[in-house]
Design a protein around this ligand. Structure first.
Ligand SMILES: Nc1ncnc2c1ncn2[C@@H]1O[C@H](COP(=O)(O)OP(=O)(O)OP(=O)(O)O)[C@@H](O)[C@H]1O
Ligand SMILES: [Mg+2]
Length: 282
């Protein structure tokens, strides 16, 4: 089953089909204004994510994916539109709702670990900042190291780890305080294909184990279809929702799914849409 809608047919509504909305981005428009220029990055994007849903955002470079994620994370305030998380507004005027921000865990392309901290210290940092006792945060860091398959590396420093391992530390750190929501911006973009496949499988087990709701940005359509419940394709800048594609494959998914004809059809159709938009960039 596929629901797609072509660009230019009006606003595609990215609301979760269940009607149960956990993250709600309503009519988001983002215009970056600097002294020299003004860029319309997102134009009227309405998107919601249901509890425990995994939504992947794809689209050409510069179409506003990172912008959208940063808006969901409360890192930037949209020019227009509202964000609600668990029914609560993320912004009250120019102030962010701290309670709501605590529900979010962020993972970016670069692991951004503190080089002078060990794996355990890096994972435990958000809990330390939240006032957890040493016993609490160390126990939790130990559990998470196991979850991301880093048991035995708790005392290692980031420089002693591979890129994939560092990325897993970043994921563990984002999950240390049990955020209900994970916002991930190309977390596996810098990894080789094999490590990326492994990380995809691990992310799937982690989210199944924790029940986190995920918004995930990627350049890879295959990765998006493999991981997500719905794939949101944005148009070239300014980003609008071009289509919403459900990826209703059974879970847990294995790498064999990628040879399944239905999977390949979904990937092909999304690629077709992406290439169709090429050349329409402004
Ligand atoms: N801080 C900023 N100030 C001004 N313009 C910005 C800023 N951040 C992003 N932009 C512009 O907004 C547009 C969208 O950028 P964004 O980083 O969201 O794209 P993206 O889809 O994440 O691209 P990529 O796939 O390359 O990461 C781009 O044209 C970019 O130049
Ligand atoms: Mg980006």
């Amino acid at each position: 089953m596929r629901e797609t809608a072509a660009a230019g047919q009006g606003v595609v509504d990215g609301r979760a089909p269940s009607g149960d909305h956990f993250i709600e981005a309503d009519r988001i428009t983002m215009r970056y204004t600097t002294r020299r220029s003004s860029t319309l990055a997102l134009d009227n994007v309405t998107l919601s994510v249901a509890p425990k849903e995994f939504v992947a955002l794809v689209g050409q470079s510069g179409c506003g994916k990172t912008t959208m994620l940063r808006i969901l994370a409360g890192l930037i305030r949209p020019t227009e539109g509202t964000i609600r998380i668990g029914g609560q507004h993320l912004w009250h005027g120019s102030r962010r709702d701290e309670q709501t921000l605590r529900m979010l865990g962020l993972v970016f392309q670069d692991a951004n670990l503190f080089p002078w901290y060990t794996v355990e210290d890096n994972i435990g940092l958000p809990l330390r900042l939240r006032g957890a006792s040493k016993r609490e945060w160390r126990t939790r860091a130990g559990e998470l190291s196991e979850l991301v398959q880093l048991a035995g590396f708790e005392r290692s420093y980031p420089r002693e780890l591979s890129g994939g391992m560092r990325q897993r530390v970043a994921i563990a750190r984002a999950m240390s305080y049990n955020p209900e929501i994970l916002l991930m911006d190309e977390p596996f973009g810098a990894l080789d294909a094999l490590t990326r496949d492994r990380m995809n499988l691990e992310l799937q087990s982690i989210t199944a184990a924790t029940g986190a709701t995920v918004a995930f940005v990627t350049h890879s359509i295959t990765e998006a279809v493999f991981l997500a419940d719905r794939v949101v394709l944005l148009t070239p800048r300014p980003g609008r929702i071009r289509s919403i594609t459900p990826a209703k494959f059974e879970r847990p998914r294995t790498l064999e799914l990628q040879s399944d004809p239905a999977f390949q059809d979904t990937v092909r159709e999304l690629r077709r849409q992406l290439y169709e938009d090429e050349g329409q960039d402004r």
